[in-house]
Design a binder for this molecule. Sequence first.
Ligand SMILES: [Zn+2]
Length: 238
Amino acid sequence: MNKQFISEKIKKDIFQINEPWNREGCNIFLFKKDNSCLIFDVGLGLFSIKKFINKLKIDNFLVALTHSHFDHIGGIADFMAEEFIVPKVIVNAMQNRSGWALEYLKAENFDESKLVNLVDKTAQQICNDFIIQIPDMIPIKKNIINWFDYCFEVIHLGGHSNDSCVYYDHAHKILVSGDLLYNGEIYTNCYSSDKKSFAKALNIISQLDFEIVLSGHNKIMNRKKALFVVQKWLSDLS
Ligand SMILES: [Zn+2]
């Protein structure tokens, strides 16, 4: 049976969720504690991520975002403005539709066989009808997110897009990297991509003491794999 979302448990309280019908779809990471969750990115938004998460008996949401590309923010209309904990640089960037990377929203990136019985539209119609309604959110005041025993430092690095941020929990050695680092091809031609900042960002990332990278796309990485990709991307950038 086709599914709107697929979720995989990474650790006791961390889940990786993706949209299986979207080949280029971003990873959504969900940290769960009782009936509360902290989410990083919200996917394309074709289906309600909130309803899906509700099935995990969660009704208390905090939503962080790594950057304002459509595949990471498409689902934001599902949430209320006060549920977001987003740095100012991303709140501002979201106002500019040119920065949503919509040039990469293509019918060929959808697997229509996985959309059968889920939606009564072709991939092309999904692209044509795609809209994002940006809630009127208030940016976070401090670049720290304390959530139960997690403490994420919000690090604005730019590079992939001028608003790209990573979230780093030193104690748990977790890095949520968005599109600044994932196991795949580097994209440097988006609106507001900057190769020099990208290289600087990768150098900063490689200095962080993480053991696990919760990446914006593809499989999550251990430190060894992540540092291998950093070196590959740095050589692609030079
Ligand atoms: Zn991106």
